[in-house]
Design a protein around this ligand. Structure first.
Ligand code: NCD
Ligand code: ZN
Length: 345
């Protein structure tokens, strides 16, 4: 067993950085590990224009500790009233690399999202023409649909028809969680991909109820069955280039998760590459890590792969019980539990 692992420096293709004091608290974790990240636009208010994306990018760069080399890749938050010209501005900006579809009401700060995908046909048409990637939160929100079926129903009723109606549109099913989602992306036309989080590779939905209610295992899309988890493991084990790293690290203050109506989101940026190394090794395909973390995503976005490298050491460590999060606390994923791989300084 090798004691060190050298990797091309990875990128995080789905990340929540928040703003203000929260941004300053979490950004170093990502920037120590990852060269670039697609930064989600679900702030309050959301990042709906290129001007807002540029201003947010400036705040991220201002919060970056000196000595860390990190590039935020911005995305626009689509609404029912996004004008197609905003897509032109995005492509021409040089700093916006996609636009995110949040079905209205699907997740944190999605109230201003899209109420019916047909309302943004002109925007999707323009994105297909200009080659801007659509990043999709793939869940329906209708209250009669079981929460565990929301991804599968979205694939059938929204994503499949959209992929067909816009044959040139580049689409990423963000944080895929189900066998249905993995099968959809595996067999879709070219130009369709998915990101996978560490938690959906490591846990099934039992983890939500392990000895009691576990708010720090609650994220959206919610954890699924063991068969779903296994399907995600299988596509990664196969080295399928359509599936790549996106942590979906989503920090929320402790008191907002340990609450009668707790927020969705798991914070994983503190171990954003190490968690994947652990689960890949546990399943016997550590050799798949580099392409998943540092190759396939850049290729999909048409960006150069990084040239710098990082080193992981086999040296068990334990994330602390909490991190400072502005004036609050942040509970990291696997707080107090051992992680086998550690980032070398
Ligand atoms: C994300 C957040 O908190 O912004 N939460 C989550 O559970 N993943 C939003 C999202 O990506 O759905
Ligand atoms: Zn997310």
């Amino acid at each position: 067993m090798s004691e060190t692992l050298s990797l091309r420096r990875p990128d995080d293709w789905h990340l929540h950085l928040r703003d203000g004091a929260a941004l300053s608290a979490v950004l170093p974790h990502t920037a120590q590990r990852f060269a670039r990240a697609i930064v989600m636009p679900n702030l309050a208010p959301p990042v709906t224009t290129v001007a807002a994306a540029k201003a947010y990018r400036d705040r991220i760069l201002a919060a970056l500790p000196t000595g860390l080399d990190f590039q935020p890749l911005m995305t626009l938050y689509l609404t029912d009233s996004t004008p197609p010209e905003e897509i032109d501005r995005a492509v021409e900006s040089g700093v916006v690399f996609g636009a995110k579809l949040y079905p209205a009401g699907a997740t944190t700060n999605s109230q201003s999202g899209v109420t019916d995908i047909r309302r943004i046909d002109a925007v999707l048409e323009r994105m297909a023409e200009r080659g801007l990637t659509l990043q999709v939160h793939g869940e329906v929100t209708r209250p009669e649909i079981d929460v565990f079926d929301r991804e599968a129903v979205f694939l059938d009723t929204v994503l499949a028809p959209t992929v067909e109606r816009f044959p040139a549109l580049r689409v990423i099913l963000e944080h895929v969680t189900t066998r249905a989602g993995a099968d959809f992306v595996r067999t879709a036309r070219n130009g369709v991909a998915a990101t996978i989080t560490p938690q959906h590779l490591m846990m099934n939905r039992n983890a939500l109820f392990q000895g009691g209610l576990r708010p720090h295992h609650y994220c959206l899309p919610v954890l699924k069955t063991e068969a779903d988890r296994q399907a995600l493991i299988d596509v990664v084990a196969a080295g399928n280039p359509r599936f790549f790293l996106g942590t979906d690290s989503a920090p929320h203050a402790r008191h907002t998760k340990e609450h009668a109506c707790g927020c969705a989101g798991i914070y994983s940026a503190h171990a954003g590459i190490e968690l994947y190394a652990d689960v890949f090794e546990q399943h016997g395909f550590l050799d798949r890590l580099e392409e998943f973390a540092s190759g396939f995503g850049a290729d999909f976005y048409g960006l150069p792969r990084n040239t710098a490298r990082i080193t992981l050491r086999r040296e068990p460590w334990t994330p602390p019980p909490s991190y400072a999060f502005g004036e609050h606390e942040l509970i990291p994923y696997l707080a107090g539990q051992p992680i086998n791989w550690r980032l070398a300084a």
